[in-house]
Design a protein around this ligand. Structure first.
Ligand code: ADP
Ligand code: NI
Length: 221
């Protein structure tokens, strides 16, 4: 096995062990999908470094700020500690750290450009997993984890313009669709990801329409 494929296998094992029993929507199955989708995108993208893409995908949620008191450096730091322990090359470590630092959605008013092509691919794979049927399930898993109501028609969605306001938001889960998920289709970096997003986006719109009808029992004669 090459050094690169050994590093990927070891990293996948490390992340799988860490996330196997996670129930907040940041579970191993999410990370595995992001890894496979990002790798497929990288294989179709000239000049993309597949090793950096795979490591970035595997480690992108390793210490998410949402679960570490808002500390945005916790993720890059945890990735560096792991990759150094495996003897990874410093240039690779720096590129993986940048992916983790830049990937997160931070509110509708905050641009989150990725500084590398590998980052663009991992961000697309991560965002594809936040929409569609899986995206719906993950949003409610996250809301349940935080003890939030499914929906409250009295609480209007807000277009969070700053990261602070997005971070502090504790609205019901349905609001998250209007505050983030329905906007992801337009914020993808690659045409390949945009094509996949189309059907997933339509599914979410259909889900919301049906959810809101059932909320008021409008479908009961
Ligand atoms: P990603 O993994 O796409 O970067 P996040 O790390 O922001 O997404 O969130 C992980 C999952 O939890 C995603 O599916 C996301 O939509 C969901 N999530 C994040 N914040 C909320 C929220 N306030 N309400 C419901 N779901 C949320
Ligand atoms: Ni993720």
């Amino acid at each position: 096995m090459s050094d690169a494929s050994q590093l990927i296998t070891q990293t996948a094992d490390f992340v799988r062990d860490k996330f196997l029993h996670e129930g907040s929507g940041h579970d191993w199955a999410h990370i595995r999908r992001v890894w496979h989708v990002a790798r497929a995108l990288a294989q179709q993208t000239p000049h993309a470094d597949v090793l950096v893409t795979e490591l970035g995908a595997l480690l992108h949620d390793v210490a998410d700020w949402k679960f570490h008191d808002g500390d945005e450096e916790a993720g890059p730091r945890a990735a560096r500690t792991w990759l150094e322990s495996q003897g990874a090359n410093e240039a690779v470590i720096q590129r993986v750290e940048a992916i983790i630092r830049e990937i997160s959605f931070k509110g509708l008013g905050v641009a989150t450009p990725m500084s590398t092509v590998e980052g663009e691919l991992v961000q697309d794979a991560d965002r594809l997993d936040a929409i569609g049927a899986i995206g719906v399930a993950r949003a409610f898993a996250y809301g349940g984890h935080k003890g939030r109501p499914l929906h409250d028609p009295e609480v209007a969605p807000i277009e969070h313009a700053s990261f602070e306001s997005y971070k502090q938001n504790t609205a019901p889960t349905i609001n998250h669709f209007y505050e983030k998920l329905l906007h992801l289709r337009e914020r993808l970096n690659t045409p390949a990801a945009r094509r996949v997003a189309e059907e997933r986006h339509q599914f979410m719109e259909q889900f919301l329409e049906q959810f809101l009808r059932e909320w008021d029992s409008q479908d009961v004669a």
